[in-house]
Design a binder for this molecule. Structure first.
Ligand code: GRF
Length: 194
């Protein structure tokens, strides 16, 4: 693996599909002097993703790839990433599954945030399933992306209590606040270990 430690800041691309609250949080983090990342591109598979507005506001290059032809679009994204000299990718609510080939090109340099205590509750509807199974705790996890869904090495995790009166919505909201805390920390942890 290429040593990244010598770099002052990691040129980072954030991939989104929706609201982009994690994107906004990472943008704000990136603007701090002690931040280890510089956000150089935002990629979305959805033109209507609300998060794209954050990219616009902060004048970050944003590109939409609809993934109708996954291989073509991934190749276009790879060209964009090369062009922008990207050395870290953060998935933040990105709803497409990247191919093995794509992941191989950024091995150990793609992070994802997932709203559960992985390895529990991979995939969708995590909060609903955790409440239905009467779990006492849920949480969020930042992990490296490998070829299997939500299965790469865990970098950081935060455990959160599920209250008796929690709905999937209330739990999601509470967990999201902690997502915003752990994602920058996980980035710092990963980049100092590289
Ligand atoms: C977050 O809960 C994240 O963990 C999951 O998708 C959601 C994205 O939220 N992967 P946002 O778009 O960052 O607000």
């Amino acid at each position: 693996m290429k040593k990244l430690i010598g770099l002052k800041k990691f040129n980072t691309a954030i991939f989104i599909s929706g609201n982009g609250s994690n994107l906004l949080n990472l943008i704000k983090y990136s603007l701090k002097r002690r931040s280890i990342i510089r956000i150089k591109a935002v990629v979305s598979n959805d033109l209507g993703a609300k998060g794209l507005e954050h990219a616009k506001k902060y004048r970050i290059i944003k590109k939409v790839f609809k993934f109708k032809n996954k291989i073509d679009d991934e190749n276009k994204i790879l060209r964009l990433l090369k062009d922008k000299n990207i050395n870290l990718i953060c998935l933040a609510g990105f709803m497409k599954i990247l191919s093995k080939n794509f992941i191989k090109k950024f091995k150990g340099k793609i992070l994802n945030i997932h709203p559960s205590l992985l390895p529990k509750y991979k995939g969708l509807n995590t909060h609903f399933r955790a409440i239905k199974n009467r779990e006492k705790f849920s949480g969020c996890t930042v992990h490296l992306v490998n070829a299997k869904l939500d299965s790469g090495q865990i970098i950081l995790q935060k455990k959160i209590k599920i209250y008796k009166n929690d709905s999937p919505n209330s739990l999601a909201k509470r967990i999201l606040k902690h997502e915003h805390k752990i994602y920058p920390k996980a980035i710092e942890k990963l980049t100092t270990n590289l």
